[in-house]
Write a protein that binds this ligand. Structure first.
Ligand code: DQQ
Length: 472
């Protein structure tokens, strides 16, 4: 029995201390390299280094030595903030944000062939700050690509101007990754009014890439007014301008799923990881000795309707252990089906619900025997939403109990495949790979390991239920 009930086992996190954004994702020499924001001094955000982990299969990770650390009297003396990895004609290269005394600049570092030892470019920074005329409130985080025999990147920023207020991504161009010329903002100001989601004060961690015949811009929207979520824009990219026609929240867990970064692997898959932030007080994180965990690796694609889908990578199946299967479970309104006593804190669950006109179909996870603690995941057929209700997820009043909801995909009337990854305090829920809620739960009772299918207001039918205990 683990002593720490909340520490995830099959999601990546370093052995101890603080971790936040995924950085420098790259498939290099047949291995997946995951770098990340890391504080070696404790489980709190300060003094950012780049931690490093490696995997050959996306599910088993080995933590390696720290890759980047702040250097005194240098442009990154206050921290090596987020950035990306580039295959620079065979020379592994990081482009990252140097932070010092509140200013943010762009820096380079070069790696050896195993990506273990990194040497900073002696003339850092390569960009000392944003164009003065923009009056930008931030200048950090990088997404690089090759176009027309040049390097291009977007840097996250934001402006306070009367008309164009909100997050912004700035395009730069370079022949050699060292000399950079500012081009213009990636999008025009209309993105701030065009859609009904707020665009925040700053766009952090932009990730810009082609997907199918479209382009996707992911930005982590941040504002002083406690707003944070990942915006996923889809649109057309032409003449270095991106014109989005669609915007959605990538994951409706809001601040819990933040600062994702993507990479192409050797199979041409666009893989994505996000930082799963804790949702319990700072003191509890420090006492635990760890804070932050990576999401499971997911794959991005566009479906036939041009909507952005996110699916768990098939490699996660390698973690599947004991399997339990049920066919055609009929759950009457107000009843609960105990699933023959299957229990666990490390589970994958796949449920195919029969679609219905009203009521609620759901599953409790992390349920204590007396029902005092339980987390409800349900489809609200009237509202057409996926809901994760954490109201009773923990008897600890200090952890987040906020409910999360995601609009359901338009084809929900035809199929409803609910997928759940539970790993102690990590809960990742999706429907048809189209709607996602990633969140954190901190049950206190050691017996909060129960499951139960339930139904409200109308009966429900689960055509298939598969549950695997997950190794890790
Ligand atoms: N985290 C980094 C920044 C980035 C933020 C600092 C997003 O570069 O904007 O740790 O979580």
């Amino acid at each position: 029995m683990p002593t720490d009930l909340h520490r995830p086992n099959y999601h990546y996190l370093p052995a101890k201390n603080w971790m936040n954004d995924p950085n420098g994702l790259i498939h290099w020499g047949g291995k997946y390299h995951l770098f990340y924001q890391y504080n070696p001094d404790g489980a709190y955000h300060a003094n950012m280094h780049w931690g490093h982990a490696v995997s050959t299969d996306l599910v088993n990770w080995t933590e390696l030595a720290i890759a980047l650390h702040p250097d005194p009297n240098s442009p990154d003396s206050g921290g090596c903030w987020s950035g990306c990895a580039i295959d620079n004609n065979g020379l592994p290269t990081f482009l990252y944000t140097g932070f010092v005394n509140g200013t943010q600049c762009s820096c380079l570092a070069f790696g050896d062939s195993d990506l273990i030892n990194w040497t900073k470019y002696p003339s850092n920074p390569v960009i000392s700050g944003p164009p003065v005329e923009l009056n930008a409130n931030a200048f950090r985080d990088h997404s690089v690509w090759r176009e027309d025999d040049q390097w291009y990147q977007v840097i996250g920023s934001g402006v306070d101007g009367k008309n164009g207020a909100g997050g912004m991504a700035l395009i730069y161009r370079s022949p050699d990754l060292i000399h950079w010329e500012y081009v213009h903002p990636l999008t025009d100001d209309s993105v701030h009014q065009q859609f009904d989601l707020p665009t925040g004060d700053i766009w952090e961690c932009p990730s810009f890439f082609a997907l199918g015949d479209q382009h996707v811009l992911l930005v982590s929207v941040w504002s002083e007014h406690k707003l944070s979520y990942v915006a996923a824009y889809i649109g057309e990219y032409r003449d270095h301008r991106f014109v989005p026609h669609t915007l959605k929240k990538l994951d409706c867990g809001d601040q819990c799923y933040y600062a994702p970064q993507t990479m192409l692997d050797a199979q041409g898959r666009r893989l994505i990881w996000g930082w799963l932030q804790e949702e319990r007080p700072r003191a509890a994180q420090i006492a635990a000795g760890w804070s932050g965990v990576m999401s499971s690796p997911r794959m991005l694609s566009l479906d036939a309707a041009g909507q952005l889908n996110m699916a768990p990578v098939p490699e996660l199946r390698h973690l599947r252990g004991t399997h339990t299967h049920f066919d055609d479970l009929h759950i009457s309104a107000g009843q609960m089906h105990s699933l023959s006593g299957v229990t666990g804190q490390q589970l994958e669950i796949a449920i195919s619900f029969e679609c219905q006109p009203n009521g609620r179909s759901g599953i409790y996870v992390a349920r204590s025997q007396n029902g005092e603690e339980e987390t409800a995941i349900y489809i609200d057929w009237d509202q057409r939403t996926l809901v994760v209700d954490r109201t009773r997820s923990s008897v600890n009043a200090d952890v987040s109990h906020a409910q999360r909801a995601a609009d359901l995909p338009v084809d929900i009337a035809q199929r409803c495949e609910v997928h759940v990854l539970l790993d102690h305090s990590v809960l990742e829920v999706s429907v048809n790979d189209q709607a996602w809620i990633t969140t954190r739960i901190y049950p206190e009772h050691a017996d909060s390991v129960g499951l139960g299918l339930y139904s409200r207001e109308a009966g429900s039918v689960a055509r298939r239920v598969d549950i695997w205990k997950m190794c890790g």
